[in-house]
Design a protein around this ligand. Structure first.
Ligand SMILES: Nc1ncnc2c1ncn2[C@@H]1O[C@H](COP(=O)(O)OP(=O)(O)OP(=O)(O)O)[C@@H](O)[C@H]1O
Length: 368
């Protein structure tokens, strides 16, 4: 554990009543001053993690530490945490100023102090001058900023954001992604952000936790997760992928679609069955006799920045290609890629096993 750790989950399981566990033996650490994203499909347990951190619910098993102190039973109002909810949960009968001032009034701060802090928080979210406005007179994006001002005015150590951008249209959503990221950097407070939108997670986060069925499948920087997904779920969930079965020949050599290719992976057993991921943007279109793979173009969609081309090889595997070059539907083309574009995944490997294998392999001491 580093000195920077603010939250630590130690083998946390959460079960509601006698239902099956919605979080299952989850362990992770959150560091000070970073932007984290919990990413995963509906029902995977993202909100449950936020509610455990906020103190709205307690774990069924395991421990939660806040600044190295166990807080399993510490109530929400005794934690230095503020939550921005999906619907913002603003008070419709109070104006902008009073919405932001609410928590400070409960703490019984002097009115000059409240004034100063509220104005400062509104300045931070670019809403200076909006103090007297009614909530119903504010747009979706502005309401979002009021909710954030209400969270930061309390100077929490941690801000939790539960899908705060999901109600906004695409343009405003993109704008708010920039704003939120900028705000987090300027404040230096840890943000934990929940989304099921993978592009949003990749764009905003220092670190992403990919969740599935109450477990963390993989955690890491956006680059780590995009470039080295550890299994089919992560590869599929983060971006689009071509996934085919293969066999490891030896370190740096893998066989798939009946051919042998150089790759950059190792630490696997010879003849071990593996899964291969190649991202659509890493496939380059060339003539059929030159390409490493020969495929037939099945369909093509223009996506603005690229064509999305669906092809099939002779074994019936589908290959999705993102290319600025147009292809002809029904024609044969070749596909090229570099050794580092091939990502090899060991079947059923956990994140811990993956990290250990990589470490041992890089140190040259791997024994399988
Ligand atoms: N109070 C509760 N009582 C019983 N089951 C619950 C309760 N709250 C959540 N659950 C269940 O726990 C599971 C995880 O829910 P959670 O809200 O954490 O998921 P999520 O990943 O945030 O989903 P979404 O993206 O849809 O909000 C779901 O199956 C949900 O039905």
């Amino acid at each position: 554990m580093s000195d920077q750790t603010i939250i630590r989950f130690e083998n946390v399981t959460k079960q509601y009543d006698n239902d099956p566990a919605v979080l299952n033996d989850v362990s992770f650490e959150i560091e000070r001053g970073k932007f984290y994203t919990l990413l995963g499909p509906s029902g995977c347990g993202k909100t449950t993690i936020l509610r455990l951190i906020a103190g709205f619910i307690s774990p069924s098993k395991g421990n939660i530490y806040f600044n190295n102190k166990k807080v399993n039973e510490v109530p929400a109002n005794k934690r230095q945490v503020n939550t921005v909810f999906q619907d913002y949960a603003l008070f419709p009968h109070l104006n902008v100023f009073e919405n932001v001032a609410f928590g400070l009034r409960i703490k019984k701060l002097k009115s000059e102090m409240i004034n100063q802090k509220v104005i400062e928080a509104l300045k931070f979210v670019n809403l200076e001058g909006y103090e007297k406005r009614e909530i119903k007179e504010m747009s979706g994006g502005q309401r979002q900023r009021v909710a954030i001002a209400r969270a930061i005015v309390n100077e929490p150590e941690l801000i939790l954001l539960d899908e705060p951008l999901s109600a906004l249209d695409l343009k405003l959503r993109t704008e708010m992604q920039y704003e939120l990221r900028e705000l987090q950097r300027n404040l230096g407070i840890t943000f934990i952000f929940v989304t099921h939108d993978q592009e949003e997670a990749l764009a905003m986060s220092d670190e992403i936790f990919v969740l599935n069925n109450g477990k963390i499948e993989q955690s890491g920087t956006p680059n780590d997760i995009y470039d080295e997904p550890i299994n089919r779920f992560v590869a599929d969930f983060i971006g689009e992928s071509n996934i085919v079965e293969g066999v490891m020949v030896e370190d740096y050599v893998v066989r798939f679609t009946g051919k042998t290719f150089d790759c950059v992976d190792g630490g696997l057993n010879p003849n071990e069955t593996v899964e291969i991921v190649i991202r659509p943007e890493d496939l380059e279109i060339t003539s059929p006799n030159v390409g490493k793979l020969k495929v037939k173009v099945d369909s093509q969609l223009f996506r603005g920045v690229h064509y999305e081309i669906s092809c099939y090889d002779e074994d019936g595997n589908e290959w999705l290609v993102h290319s600025t070059k147009k292809a002809i539907v029904g024609s044969e083309i070749g596909l090229n890629f570099e050794p580092e574009d091939i990502h090899v995944m060991r079947l059923g490997e956990t994140e811990e096993e993956f990290d250990k294998r990589l470490e041992a392999y890089e140190e040259g001491s791997y024994e399988s």
